[in-house]
Design a protein around this ligand. Sequence first.
Ligand SMILES: [Cu+2]
Length: 95
Amino acid sequence: MQGRFYRDWELVNEADMDHPFHLHIFPFVVLSRNENPEPGRMWRDTVNLGQGDRVEILVPFTGFTGTVMYHCHIVEHEDLGMMGLFAVLDGSAHK
Ligand SMILES: [Cu+2]
């Protein structure tokens, strides 16, 4: 990704159990859950997604350029492949 530093992501859990989403490197803020504003907004690196949850997060991709990992924080799920990588091409130019 390139050009914008703040990204609004939507995370959707279509499974029948919880999955705690964990993002490396970049702390994020949970904006809403199932279209309801999230109370007590704070920087975090993990958010639990319950069954059917739709969670909107704001991620400032600043201060790091390179490969970033995200994964489910349940280790058995991670080991089964619930993980991924993406590249931040230029996270250094923020002012
Ligand atoms: Cu999981």
